[in-house]
Design a protein around this ligand. Structure first.
Ligand SMILES: C[S@@+](CC[C@H](N)C(=O)[O-])C[C@H]1O[C@@H](n2cnc3c(N)ncnc32)[C@H](O)[C@@H]1O
Length: 289
């Protein structure tokens, strides 16, 4: 294990951050490849004495950092993992890197259902890394959930993330197109959640390199107006939700009122837009009938 004095390490860290990038990305690199947790790192900044033991040497860490900075390679993919809420999730180029703003979906669920010990049956359509479903399954051990995706390789990652985060078995994974895996659960769901691909085709073309070159197209593009998948999910939701069942969707920053309208047209009530932490109408929710 390479060892280095704390002082030397702090100088090196400053040099790396001067090249660019953000502190959170650097902290992920240190934790996941360097073996230096945020706690160790914070203690070190207060008391820079003694020696540090790294899993990889500074030259190697520096080469990864530069690959991230100069080739716009997402640090999460270089590290093979990411932090999301209180979870550490494996990610590859097959799955969308779960975004911080999506963390709020779990808070919306808390607001709706509170600390209920009822046996809620929930579904997540398009689970990707499994982030949302795993967080709910852990938070509500009495709930049962089904998380789906169109891509079996993606589900493999989600399944492993679940096994690594939980000893329980209250979450199942099925492969298929949106509602298809739920054929035998018609009228049975208390809650359905989806963060579907919602980027309009022409907006996708203008996305930054770190997204376009490294993240799966199928997780991002929502047809010409971005609403192709959202429309399909909303139109079929009434078949699968119980009366009074909730639907929670993430959408593009400017789609809130259109999604709201789609919910109303499909007989949802208590329809509303929920802002993310930057005040953007990022989520739309409704209760069926
Ligand atoms: C925007 S990503 C969301 C991933 C994850 N839920 C999250 O919030 O980070 C959309 C996900 O939907 C999946 N997907 C795309 N088309 C689908 C379809 N027709 N049926 C089911 N899942 C689909 C993609 O593979 C991808 O994992």
């Amino acid at each position: 294990m390479p060892s280095i004095s704390a002082k030397e390490f702090l100088i090196w860290k400053k040099q790396q951050l001067l090249k660019g990038g953000d502190y959170q990305s650097f902290a992920l690199l240190l934790d996941s490849i360097g073996g230096i947790s945020s706690n160790t790192f914070n203690l070190l900044s207060i008391n820079p004495e003694g020696n540090l033991y790294l899993k990889k040497n500074l030259k190697y860490l520096e080469s990864i950092w530069e690959e991230h900075l100069f080739n716009s390679h997402p640090i999460q993919l270089l590290c093979g993992e990411t932090f999301w809420r209180n979870l550490k999730l494996k990610v590859t180029d097959k799955v969308l890197i779960p975004r911080p703003e999506t963390e709020l979906i779990v808070d919306i669920v808390f607001k709706i259902f509170g600390k209920t010990s009822q046996e809620i049956f929930f579904a997540e359509l398009g689970t990707g890394s499994g982030a949302i479903s795993i967080a709910l399954a852990l938070e509500y051990p009495s709930w049962n959930g089904i998380a789906t995706d169109i891509d079996e390789n993606v589900l493999e990652i989600a399944r492993n993330n679940y096994i690594n985060s939980s000893k329980k078995s209250n979450l199942k994974f099925f492969c298929g197109h949106w509602w298809e895996p739920f054929e035998s659960f018609k009228g049975k769901l208390d809650l359905a959640i989806s963060n579907p691909p919602y980027i309009p085709q022409d907006t996708y073309e203008k996305l930054p390199k770190e997204v376009k070159n490294f993240e799966p197209k199928i997780a991002l593009i929502g047809g010409e107006d971005g609403l192709k998948h959202i429309r399909e999910i909303i139109q079929k939701a009434p078949l699968f939700l119980k009366d009074n069942g909730w639907l929670i969707l993430e959408n593009h920053f400017d789609q809130g009122s259109k999604v709201e309208q789609l919910l109303i047209e499909n007989k949802f009530k208590y329809v509303g837009i929920v802002n993310d932490l930057s005040g953007v109408g990022r989520f739309t929710i409704g209760r069926y009938k």
